[in-house]
Design a protein around this ligand. Sequence first.
Ligand code: NAP
Length: 306
Amino acid sequence: MYDVSIIGLGCAAYTAAVYTARYKLATLVVGEVEGGMGITAAEVGNWPGEVEIPGPELMENFKNHALSFDEVSHKVARVESIEKIDGGYRLKYQNGESDEAKTIIFATGSNKRHLGVPGEEELSGKGVTYCATCDAFFFKGKDVAVLGGGDSAVEGAAIAAQVANKVYLIHRRDSFRAEPYWVDKVKEKDNVVFVLERNVTEILGEGRVSGLKLDKEFEGSDTINLDGVFIEVGSTPATSLPIAMGCEVDEKGHLKVDAGMRTNVAGVFGAGDVTDASNYFAQFATAAGEGCIAANSAFTFLQSGK
Ligand code: NAP
């Protein structure tokens, strides 16, 4: 039986693993996507100590650091369910295998939110995608739209503008919640068209995206013809496993944790984008901090039962 199982393979998870390893805890890190949401960042400029580093490279560094410890085992697998057993928990995987651990740290992150308009599901993967920075390079020389006004959308528009012919940045308000750093970057691009105070009501296309419909006319038409739509309207915390174990979530659906990253279930902790901590500010720095605290709390719990 492991001392701690960390569920997730992102920034919070690997940071927690570095700490649990140094506490000499037998640690299992398990999740589906190596690097988590961090690999979707084309350029990270706010991880202290690195002026600029691509997200995939930063996450590779995190993983290699965690795996440099003999105490850490690493598994790419989907945890299907978790059951309480004597002295801990049993994690069951899709392939029927299982592992046991005395404590759990949920660092399961979040899933991209869908817009919920006609055409979106049918054209998903056929020009509709949920990661502008990952998929922009498939749209070289094409016209695309990025939807949203947060960091993901504005950074995504700046990256897409490097390869696409034209990028429509469509946002429902007239100001952005994204970092001014990214807003300035995108304003420098002369192939980005700002479509503000507009909502997308439908994604158009027969078998492949050919355009989208707006709730209000833009430059004399409520339709824009284009080849790709990157939906970047935020994400929802991945809490199905902790909820099934009786962990409480807040009104926004985030895993409720105290200052020690403890959930309401003994021996179960949370870290990173999945939690209600750090004022919902989903950053590498906050995820790492939460992972570090969760590891410390798991160590204390294993020593004292509290
Ligand atoms: P976000 O900050 O939650 O922004 C989501 C955006 O989508 C908002 O502008 C929101 O509009 C809009 N939106 C939400 N629902 C919508 C709907 N139904 N229709 C139209 N628009 C809708 O999400 P995010 O940009 O994915 O960022 C998530 C977290 O990751 C943030 O903490 C962010 O700082 C972080 N992040 C950081 C970086 C970086 O530092 N480089 C990069 C990516 C993400 P309103 O503004 O009107 O609410």
